[in-house]
Design a protein around this ligand. Structure first.
Ligand code: SAM
Length: 350
């Protein structure tokens, strides 16, 4: 490593922020030496703030209907080959009950942008979960809705909202989305969610088509400025029925480096080792934890629907990925000295 790079690393560790040029230089370098060094530092920071605890979230993918047509996503509305499903309120509650008994204290309701779940229905679902599981956190990941809708759902008992910004660069955003979709609106939704009081999560795909290191540096600067409680990043993985079917996947190495940088920038961050990371590498999630991540999101959706929530090809639906395989996941985490805890796992300052 050259001296300029070493100075940047010291600055990142000491001051938790870098300039765009310094981020770009780190991302361009991405040598094994750099990754190993930053992962060791990031893991130490994670251990210092969260000890060896790993938070789990029960992911309920409740609908694969989506009005949007994102060029990268397998559940885009133009994908006519996909068989679509919706979970009823009762099915969602049954997933929560199953999850609660397994030890989950956070439920993440994620779906395509599906108008079937209007404010009345969604509020009813959230308030019923809130009544039946008063000691659990409810996280929503429903995409872009109105400010009133976000407020209503917050009042009904939702605590957290995940809305990946996808890219901080408006021109890059246009290359990933059709003309009807607005970067400005997505960013404005994130500001609204935070102002309402949600623990808010943004994020992006690593290695998405047309992404440059400058774009990634812009993402990091945006996160530095926005200060979310959570950041979801995972590699872009292509899907055979999308316009980007021939684009190459994001890499394990780039994702691990970014996880470490994020942990060093933001020591208290709730940072998942995502399913996409586990999809591109069998040990992706363990490596993600060792690079600074502290959250895992096993799947609580009914097993018959898991393949239908097909964002990208070869999404893992193995034993450890499914919530029922929690025991195996615990063993895998123990093998790297980590403990899965029964805890809501809120952002530390909440
Ligand atoms: N509709 C909600 C939204 O827009 O936030 C939640 C569902 S959306 C499918 C969840 C996330 O999946 C997106 O924010 C995107 O980053 C990720 N995703 C979609 N297609 C992907 C792909 N091909 N590879 C990796 N991640 C993907």
């Amino acid at each position: 490593m050259n001296t300029t790079l070493k100075t940047s690393i010291d600055k990142l560790i000491g001051h938790k922020l870098l300039s765009k040029e310094e981020f770009v230089a780190l991302l361009n370098e991405n040598s094994e030496e750099l990754r190993t060094f930053l992962a060791r530092e990031a893991f130490a920071v994670k251990q210092q703030h969260f000890s060896n605890q790993i938070y789990i979230r029960g992911l309920i993918e409740f609908s694969n209907y989506c009005k949007n047509d994102c060029y990268y996503c397998g559940i885009r509305c133009s994908n006519r080959t996909l068989s679509r499903y919706r979970l009823s309120k009762e099915q969602i509650l049954s997933c929560c009950h199953q999850g609660y008994h397994l030890g989950f204290r956070t439920f993440v309701l994620q779906g395509g942008e599906d108008a079937y779940y209007d404010d009345t229905y969604m509020t009813d679902i959230v308030s019923t979960i809130r009544q039946q599981f008063p000691d659990c956190a409810i996280t929503l990941s429903l995409g872009e809705r109105t400010k009133e809708s976000y407020e209503q759902l917050f009042k009904a008992g939702a605590n957290r909202y995940l809305l990946r910004h996808e890219t901080a660069d408006a021109i890059h955003y246009k290359k990933l989305h059709p003309p009807g979709m607005s970067h400005e609106n997505r960013m404005s939704c994130l500001r609204e969610l935070k102002a309402i009081g949600y623990q808010t999560g943004c994020g992006f795909m690593v290695g998405s088509p047309y992404q440059t290191k400058e774009h990634l540096a812009q993402d990091l600067l945006y996160i530095q400025d926005f200060k979310p409680e959570m950041v979801g990043i995972g590699p872009y993985v292509s899907h055979k029925d999308t316009p980007f079917k021939n684009e190459k996947n994001g890499t394990l190495e780039d994702t691990l480096l970014l996880l470490s940088i994020l942990r060093l920038m933001h020591p208290m961050l709730l940072l998942p080792a995502t399913t996409a990371l586990g999809t591109i590498s069998p040990e992706g999630r363990e490596l993600g934890i060792l690079a600074g991540a502290n959250v895992i999101m096993p799947n609580l959706s009914p097993s018959e629907n898991r393949n239908q929530y097909s964002l990208y090809d070869n999404k893992i639906c193995t034993d450890e990925e499914a919530a029922e395989g929690l025991h195996n996941l615990k063993l895998r985490m123990q093998s790297i000295g980590q403990d899965i805890v029964i805890d809501r796992g809120d952002a530390p300052h909440i």
